[in-house]
Design a protein around this ligand. Structure first.
Ligand SMILES: C[S@@+](CC[C@H](N)C(=O)[O-])C[C@H]1O[C@@H](n2cnc3c(N)ncnc32)[C@H](O)[C@@H]1O
Length: 288
């Protein structure tokens, strides 16, 4: 006689549930700490991504996990939490029309101002692994080979310290070369592994990397000639976005430009301060 199959279901580890109150507490924390907007419709996504973090840490439930990331000593898991709920996806010359606009409409003016001794400042806000600021630096150097000797600087900031380490290293998988225009390949060098390339020292000299949470205070006091903040505000709720656009408008010099992501739109007080001059490109108009 064939023995009846043994029922092991009762021995299978139970997945912790995410109670409604736990989801609310997590969403509240994500909003106040990182500006992230997690509506109830995202509960399944939040569950699926955070359950992996719970397992990795060997924690029993989401309340314990939330207490864990709130603890001052657990900054590393706070970064993991943020990474699990956002994406660092980026690429060289992403939304290339922005770089075309910069090259065709702004670069000549920028170079002549810099040569006349002016201070030129650019900001890649939410720079991820660095492709955005390096694209900008290579573009500037292509037309102004002595840029590093002039007063031209790019601030590249992100909230995620681990992604900033990658950005500072400036080494990328070989398949990312294709997104960089051929004329700029002189700024790329083979890395130790032939699966990777590395960014030349000249573009690096133009960039300062810094950890910065966009929803907290900003230490910068001076204005920027152009700010790139693309595909970051999509994670924020509408009031947080409006506040961010307003702060960017205040941080942009008169006549300076703001570049935002393809699915983002200016809202709030910034609308009266910034005039659209291209696809998701805005110029700061003089204050009346
Ligand atoms: C999708 S990437 C965009 C990268 C690049 N700007 C682009 O368009 O390719 C979004 C980046 O925003 C960063 N980020 C998310 N919330 C942030 C916050 N509150 N402050 C600063 N950066 C944040 C993430 O760490 C991530 O690197």
């Amino acid at each position: 006689m064939i023995p009846a199959p043994v029922q092991l279901d009762h021995l299978a580890p139970q997945l912790p549930q995410m109670e409604a109150g736990e989801f609310e507490a997590i969403a509240d924390y994500a909003k106040t700490t990182f500006g992230l907007h997690l509506p109830l419709a995202k509960k399944e996504m939040v569950f699926a991504r955070l359950i992996k973090r719970l397992r990795r840490r060997g924690l029993q439930d989401f309340s314990t996990y939330l207490a864990f990331i709130k603890h001052k000593d657990n900054a590393e898991e706070r970064s993991e939490f943020l990474s699990a709920l956002t994406t660092n996806v980026t690429q060289f010359f992403r939304e290339s029309h922005h770089f075309d606009f910069f090259r065709d409409h702004l670069l000549a003016g920028i170079i002549s101002k810099a040569r006349a001794g002016h201070r030129l400042r650019f900001w890649s806000a939410g720079c991820s692994a660095g492709q955005e600021p390096y694209s900008l630096a290579m573009l500037i150097l292509d037309s102004c080979p002595d840029a590093a000797l002039l007063d031209i600087k790019i601030l590249a900031s992100d909230i995620d310290p681990r992604i900033l380490d990658i950005a500072r290293r400036g080494q990328y998988p070989a398949d990312q070369r294709a997104a960089i225009p051929e004329a700029l390949h002189r700024f790329l060098h083979p890395a130790a592994s032939d699966q990777m390339f590395t960014i030349d020292a000249e573009p690096r000299k133009l960039i300062s990397f810094a950890e910065l949470n966009l929803i907290e205070d900003w230490p910068m006091r001076q204005g920027f000639d152009a700010i790139f903040c693309r595909n970051v505000a999509i994670y924020f709720d509408a009031p947080t976005q409006s506040r961010l656009w307003h702060r960017f408008a205040q941080q942009t010099k008169e006549g300076g430009h703001l570049f935002i992501g393809h699915s983002e739109r200016l809202s709030g007080p910034a609308v009266a301060q910034m005039r659209s001059v291209g696809i998701t490109v805005y110029v700061k108009t003089p204050t009346p």
